[in-house]
Ligand binder design. Structure first.
Ligand code: AQP
Length: 332
């Protein structure tokens, strides 16, 4: 909390084209906080370079992610939308928090284990200390709530531990943040391997539905989604593929799992998959339309980046100077 304002913070990496996992697990929920919280939504480009990025693609995706924030309903007048590397306080605080984070704690992070297995040729220190930067992102704004998908819950717990440890040594420095998981959609799985999270960096593009996929592509991908040898549309253990599709359908239509089971009683998987594809395409159409209007106006996006970075810096500086003062750094 800053000046009696409750604070919400979250971010998305411009590390690939955004997926319906990013949308349902995170971005769609961001606007829920706009009325009651001061919201900071960041394009976390510093995090993205923990994995090698092609510079031109990183640049393009940074604009795209900001445009998608707005297309998904985040009004830049009500939310602070900005790019992480434009506010150097993030990396400044990250260094400090690195010195309050245990090697053992970082070694236990499942994302580090997964990503170092996937990028065995580039297991860099940034990938390892990613959670300390994420803690800095959040703690810098005295954040109360962080809307995220389940995969980020472990990092959030570490951020809470780091904040608590710091507060014990230097009382009343950080607000302890609370993760806010979407009621449904906090973990959307791959269409090709439904035991695995849907990821924007998955090499198999058929496993992933991107927010900007066109209608035919969306429907084709859902038609090919892996299911099981049963034929009944019901949510049950061992039916990962169908459970995932039912969750996606539920998120896009607002129907409960019971309502979906009743709706498709006696119908095969083919009919159901088509319905999921159509519901997803229908829901994303207005987002895509708004996105196309925004993305073409680069000057507007740059002006928003600048405005967002100025706003975020104002808040970030307050916490950073408090932290430095408490640590005993000489400030001039
Ligand atoms: N499959 C998912 N289901 C629900 N939520 C998800 N999120 C990501 N994937 C899913 C949530 O989206 C937000 C932004 O994620 P991120 O950009 O910080 O990176 P990530 O969590 O590592 O997501 P990706 O798509 O898997 O990226 P890559 O492939 O680059 O690692 C977060 O709130 C996340 O929980």
């Amino acid at each position: 909390m800053i000046n009696n304002e409750k604070i919400c913070f979250s971010g998305v990496q411009p590390s690939g084209n955004l997926t319906i996992g990013n949308y349902l697990g995170a971005i769609q929920n961001f606007s829920r906080y706009s009325e009651d919280y001061k919201c900071f939504y960041c394009v976390v480009d510093n995090h993205a370079i923990t994995v090698r990025q092609v510079p031109a693609e990183l640049r393009r995706r940074t604009y795209e992610t900001l445009a998608l924030y707005m297309a998904c309903g985040l009004d830049p007048e009500k939310n602070t939308l900005y790019v992480q590397s434009h506010v150097p306080a993030h990396t400044d605080l990250a260094w400090i928090l690195n010195c309050f984070t245990g090697f053992g704690e970082l070694s236990r992070m499942t994302q580090f284990k997964d990503k170092s297995a996937r990028h065995a040729d580039n297991i860099n220190a940034g990938l390892f200390t990613y959670p300390a930067l994420m803690a800095a992102d959040i703690l810098l704004y005295q954040t109360d709530v962080v809307p995220v998908g389940i995969d980020q819950k472990q990092h959030l717990e570490l951020a809470r531990d780091i904040a608590t440890r710091f507060n014990q040594l230097y009382p009343d420095t950080f607000t302890i943040p609370t993760p806010m998981l979407a009621k449904s959609g906090a973990k959307i799985n791959s269409l090709a391997d439904p035991t695995k999270k849907m990821s924007k960096s998955d090499e198999n593009t058929n496993a992933v539905v991107y927010i900007l996929d066109d209608r035919d592509t969306i429907i084709r991908k859902f038609k090919r989604a892996v299911t099981d040898s049963d034929t009944c549309v019901r949510f049950a253990e061992g039916k990962d593929g169908i459970n995932n599709l039912m969750t996606i359908y539920s998120c896009f239509t607002g129907k409960t799992i019971e309502e979906i089971e009743r709706e498709f009683e006696g119908q095969g998987y083919g009919t159901f998959k088509l319905a999921v594809g159509e519901a997803c395409a229908d829901a994303l159409a207005p987002v895509q339309q708004r996105y196309n209007e925004i993305i073409s106006d680069k000057a507007f996006l740059e002006a928003q980046m600048k405005k967002g970075a100025d706003e975020a810096s104002y808040y970030a500086r307050k916490t950073l100077s408090k932290v430095k003062r408490k640590l005993g750094f000489v400030q001039i």
